[in-house]
Design a protein. Structure first.
Length: 190
């Protein structure tokens, strides 16, 4: 089993390995992981918010562990079954807690992909409705800035399509990123 764990760690990319190390350091008081202050700051703020939530002891432990599983942008990008395996619990426990964690600040935190992050941010701004949900299904159109294609996809006029595109471009694709919104090049909305 030790050999299998070692092989799993060797196959992880840098981001996944950092998340796993943060999780293990959070679970084991004998381990100390030294990180740059800009990485610790947002996580400490999230941990403080978790401390203010009404959670059972088991839910609070899980929530703190999930904070350490976030990538540097604030997403849970590793598959939930894999995270559940790391934590030794069923994925359903994570699924049950995730909607509550997604209400923390900054909006879009704990999303599993760009569309979910944007949806969470729109909900936090009270701007999410069935019409704006449509462009989230086709972020490629938003990335291209194709107003006509967005209008055709959503069944609206160009003015409404332009408004939805402006709403999407005003969001931060990566909730924990500092500075102006920066999206992956293939999904850049701005």
């Amino acid at each position: 089993q030790q050999m299998r764990l070692s092989l799993d760690l060797l196959r992880m990319d840098g981001g996944r390995l950092r998340r796993r190390l943060r999780l293990e350091a959070a679970r084991n008081p004998c381990l100390e992981l030294v990180e740059a202050p800009e990485v610790i700051g947002p996580r400490q703020a999230l941990l403080a918010q978790v401390g203010l939530m009404r959670l059972t002891a088991a839910e609070a432990d899980l929530a703190r562990a999930l904070v350490h599983c976030l990538d540097d942008h604030g997403w849970l990008c590793d598959p939930l079954p894999e995270i559940a395996g790391w934590l030794g619990l069923p994925p359903a426990r994570i699924e049950a807690l995730l909607p509550r964690l997604q209400q923390l600040d900054p909006p879009g935190i704990f999303a599993r992909d760009l569309a979910e992050s944007l949806r969470l941010q729109l909900q936090a701004r009270d701007r999410f409705d069935p019409m704006i949900a449509r462009p989230l299904e086709r972020l490629d159109l938003a990335a291209a800035g194709d107003i006509a294609a967005i209008a055709a996809h959503c069944g609206c006029d160009a003015e409404d399509a332009a408004g939805m595109l402006a709403d999407l471009r005003a969001l931060a694709p990566w909730p924990l990123a500092e500075g102006p919104p920066a999206a992956p090049p293939e999904l850049e909305l701005g």
